[in-house]
Design a protein. Structure first.
Length: 45
């Protein structure tokens, strides 16, 4: 199972919402950030 599916299930997302990308970034001070990118299907209600 990929990370977008795991986070979608954990957050309980329903259509038209979806997660388009998940990133874990580390800055120069070794601080980690989780970036979750959301999207939606246009024209859906």
């Amino acid at each position: 199972m990929n990370s977008t599916k795991i986070f979608s299930l954990a957050l309980g997302l329903k259509e038209p919402w979806f997660i388009s990308n998940v990133e874990i970034l580390t800055n120069d001070n070794s601080v980690k950030e989780l970036h979750i990118h959301f999207g939606f299907t246009r024209g859906r209600r």
